[in-house]
Write a protein that binds this ligand. Structure first.
Ligand code: IPE
Ligand code: IPE
Ligand code: MG
Length: 247
């Protein structure tokens, strides 16, 4: 792949040493809308646009994996109209993606319990998954109806079932083997987790996978998150010393 050439004003990032996997908690849509006197759903629509821009840019700079938190297992607590609007935006995104995947070559995957989605939408996720297997571009993992604890419980259940079926036995369980039961099976752990909107918490995102991730927080609300903001996060990441418990 041709090496990405940044514009002069964005040069503080070393594009030869990008993190392999960036994860983003796309937070702050509601506050963004409220500040403009708009309904929260308008914030989600704006956030979906930001996602498109940032995902395309991540592909351009040569990132391998991008994981975004779009809807948590706890977000069902929100008013029905808001939940429906978010599901509607997912559908719109999937329909567009199916059209564009040929050109973009972005691979789309989902982390989360998709059984809770309307069948028509589930079918679209199966289609995008299917098309994705043909490509080798950046992999985008969309976390939808995703919860870190739920993921760990499901993985445990699946491993226990394999033990009962005689395919596995408890003694052979290792961290690596367990990782293979998670939604993220085969995907390297995130190197960098970005949370916009000023909240300093993990909100049940990638609990297992982010054990040694670097965290970057910003007050910018997700719909206002730009390439420049991403550059700041990448530059901050590159200034850190990762030790993984060593010296
Ligand atoms: C993130 O934005 C989107 C979802 C959680 C679905 P929010 O809707 O949480 O926005 P704030 O945090 O209320 O501003
Ligand atoms: C986390 O944001 C979930 C997503 C961005 C999809 P929330 O807005 O749901 O998190 P809390 O409630 O502020 O912790
Ligand atoms: Mg929020």
């Amino acid at each position: 792949m041709a090496l990405f050439k940044p514009k002069a004003e964005l040069a503080e990032v070393d594009f030869n040493h990008l993190p392999r996997h960036v994860a983003i908690i796309m937070d702050g849509n509601g506050r963004w809308a409220k500040r403009r006197g708009l309904p929260r759903t308008a914030g989600h629509a704006a956030g979906a646009e930001t996602f498109r821009t940032i995902a395309t840019y991540c592909q351009e700079i040569g990132l391998e994996y991008l994981t975004v938190y779009a809807f948590s297992t706890e977000n069902w607590k929100r008013p029905m109209e808001e939940v429906s609007a978010i599901i509607g935006l997912l559908k719109k995104y999937l329909l567009e993606s199916i059209e564009k995947m040929e050109k973009d070559k972005i691979r789309l995957h989902f982390f989360g319990d998709l059984d809770a989605l309307p069948p028509e939408l589930r079918e679209l996720t199966v289609r995008t998954d299917d098309i994705s297997t043909r490509y080798e571009g950046m992999q985008v993992n969309v976390c939808f109806n995703y919860g870190g604890r739920d993921e760990i419980v499901r993985a445990t259940r699946a491993f226990a079932a394999d033990c009962l079926a005689g395919k596995r036995n408890p003694e052979e369980l290792t961290e690596d083997l367990f990782s293979g039961y998670l939604y993220s099976a085969g995907v390297p752990d995130p190197d960098l987790v970005i949370r916009p909107s000023g909240e300093l918490r993990i909100s049940n995102f990638l609990l297992w996978q982010s054990a040694y991730a670097e965290f970057y927080y910003t007050d910018v609300l997700w719909p206002d998150f730009s390439k420049e903001e991403l550059h700041k996060a990448l530059a901050a990441y590159q200034s850190r010393s990762r030790r993984f418990g060593g010296v």
